[in-house]
Design a protein around this ligand. Structure first.
Ligand SMILES: Cc1cc2nc3c(=O)[nH]c(=O)nc-3n(C[C@H](O)[C@H](O)[C@H](O)COP(=O)(O)OP(=O)(O)OC[C@H]3O[C@@H](n4cnc5c(N)ncnc54)[C@H](O)[C@@H]3O)c2cc1C
Length: 385
C-alpha cells in the first residue's frame, strides 16, 4: 500500500489509543483517516506489554467516570466488533497495609458509591475468605469490586484495527513519522520516512513517545517513559478459577490469573525515565521475593515468561486528552500512566467527538486538556499503581 499524499486526519501510533481513535473517527463518518505505525505490527509497544487489568477503582472522579463509560464498551466489544477479547470479570482487590491508605481508600469507596460504583469494603477475615492463598500479614483492610477484571489487550487492538479497516481507514505499519508540519499556528501535515502527507488534523497517539512527537510540533507534552516489568508463571493448579486481580497497594505489587498460572508485576520506585525495555534482573529478584511473601504458593511455580514495557507517565498520572490550545489541529490521547488500556475505548470515542463535533460531549474532558499544566490545574490522585 502506498502512502497517500493527503488525509483528513493522520493518527500517529497504532497502539490501543490510535486504533480506538481511528475506529471511532471512521464510525462517526470521517472517511479519510490515515493511521501510521512505525513497528511491523500494530499494538506491540505499551499495549502489547500491558497486564490487561480493567477496573472502576480509582481515586479521582474523572478516572471513575472514564471507567464507567469504558468498561461497558469492553462488555459489548465482541458484539460490536466481532472480536472476542477474553473478558474475565474476576474482580479487583486492593490490599491495604498502611493506616493512611485505609483512610484515603475509605473516602474513595464513598466516592465510588456516590457515582454508582459498587466497590466493597473488606476486613481481613473477608479477604481471607475470598483469597485464601494470599498471606495477609500486615493487611489492615481491603476493597473489592466484582465488576472489575481482565481483558486481552492484543485482541482489543486487533478488533479496533479490523473495525477501522472495514470503515475505510487506511492502516499502515512500518511507517515512521519524523516531523509535524506547522504553519501560522496550524497543523499542515506530517513528514514520514516514506513521504509527506498534507493534513489539517494530527492525533498524537504515540504512547511513551508522545513527548517526542510533541517536540516535532514544537509542543512540550510532559509524558515520560518509565519501565515496568512483568513475570508470568507456569501452571499452578491450586489457583482457583475465580482468583481476582489482587494488588498489595503499598508495594505496588500485583497478581492476576494468566493461562494456567499467574501474572505478577511490581513497580520499581527508583526506576528512572528512559526508553530501556530490557528486563532488570536485580529488580526482578526484589519483585519475586516480595511476591513469594504475599503468595507463598509461587514457590511451586516455574517461570514461563517475563518482559519489560513502558508506562507513559504524565505529571499528575492522568491522561492528556483533547485539543491543544497552542496549535490548531493537534490533538492528544496521551499520558495514561499505567492504566490506559482500560480507558482506550471511551477515550478514542471522546477524541473523535472532540475532532468531529468540535467538543467531546459524552463526557466533559476539559480538565484533561494539555493546558492544565500551564494553568497550574493538575489533578491530584493518591492511588496510582
Ligand atoms: C507492564 C505494563 C503493564 C500495564 N498494565 C496495565 C493494566 O493492567 N491496565 C491498563 O489499563 N493499562 C495497563 N498498562 C498501560 C497501557 O498498556 C497503556 O496505557 C496503553 O497501552 C497505552 O496505549 P498507547 O496506544 O498510547 O501506547 P502504545 O501501545 O505504546 O502505542 C503507541 C504506538 O506509537 C508508535 N509510535 C511512536 N512514535 C511513532 C512515530 N514517530 N511514528 C509512528 N509510530 C510511532 C509506537 O511504535 C507504538 O506502537 C500497562 C503498561 C505496561 C507497560
Amino acid at each position: 500500500m502506498e502512502l497517500s499524499q493527503t488525509a483528513d486526519v493522520v493518527v500517529i501510533g497504532g497502539g490501543v489509543m490510535g486504533a480506538s481513535t481511528a475506529y471511532h473517527l471512521a464510525k462517526k463518518g470521517c472517511d479519510d483517516v490515515l493511521l501510521l505505525e512505525r513497528e511491523r505490527f500494530f499494538g506491540t509497544q505499551a499495549t502489547g506489554k500491558c497486564a490487561g487489568g480493567i477496573r472502576h477503582q480509582f481515586g479521582t472522579e474523572i478516572n471513575v467516570q472514564l471507567s464507567k463509560l469504558s468498561l461497558p464498551m469492553l462488555d459489548r466489544f465482541e458484539e460490536e466488533l466481532g472480536q472476542p477479547i477474553d473478558l474475565n470479570l474476576c474482580g479487583y482487590m486492593f490490599l491495604l497495609t498502611e493506616p493512611e491508605d485505609v483512610e484515603v481508600f475509605r473516602q474513595n469507596v464513598e466516592m465510588h458509591h456516590r457515582l454508582g460504583v459498587q466497590t466493597e469494603w473488606l476486613d481481613p477475615s473477608e479477604i481471607a475468605d475470598l483469597v485464601p492463598l494470599i498471606d495477609l500479614h500486615g493487611v489492615l483492610a481491603g476493597t473489592f469490586n466484582r465488576d472489575d477484571g481482565l481483558a486481552d489487550p492484543n485482541s482489543v487492538v486487533q478488533g479496533y484495527i479490523s473495525g477501522a479497516g472495514r470503515f475505510g481507514v487506511s492502516l499502515m505499519t512500518d511507517v515512521e513519522v519524523t516531523d509535524v508540519l506547522v504553519v501560522d499556528g496550524r497543523v499542515k501535515g506530517v513528514v514520514t520516512d516514506q513521504g509527506t502527507v498534507s493534513t489539517p488534523v494530527v492525533v498524537n497517539a504515540a504512547g511513551p513517545w508522545a513527548g517526542v512527537v510533541g517536540e516535532m510540533a514544537g509542543l512540550e507534552i510532559p509524558v515520560v517513559p518509565l519501565r515496568r516489568q512483568i513475570v508470568v508463571t507456569g501452571p499452578i493448579p491450586e489457583v482457583p478459577d475465580d482468583f481476582p486481580f489482587v494488588i498489595d497497594f503499598a508495594q505496588s505489587l500485583y497478581f492476576h490469573p494468566e493461562g494456567e498460572g499467574l501474572l505478577t508485576g511490581m513497580s520499581n520506585p527508583n526506576e528512572t525515565p528512559g526508553f530501556n525495555q530490557s528486563v532488570d534482573k536485580e529488580w526482578e529478584l526484589v519483585h519475586l521475593e516480595a511476591a513469594l511473601e504475599r503468595l507463598p504458593i509461587l514457590e511451586r511455580a516455574g517461570l514461563a515468561n517475563r518482559w519489560a514495557g513502558l508506562y507513559e507517565v504524565s505529571p499528575d498520572a492522568h491522561p492528556i486528552l483533547g485539543r491543544v490550545s497552542q496549535l490548531e489541529g493537534f490533538y492528544c490521547i496521551n499520558g495514561f500512566s499505567g492504566h490506559g488500556f482500560m480507558h482506550a475505548p471511551i477515550c478514542g470515542l471522546l477524541l473523535a467527538e472532540e475532532i468531529l463535533d468540535r467538543e467531546a460531549h459524552t463526557l466533559d474532558i476539559s480538565s484533561l486538556y494539555l493546558d492544565r499544566f500551564q494553568k497550574g490545574e493538575e489533578i491530584v490522585e493518591y492511588n496510582v499503581v
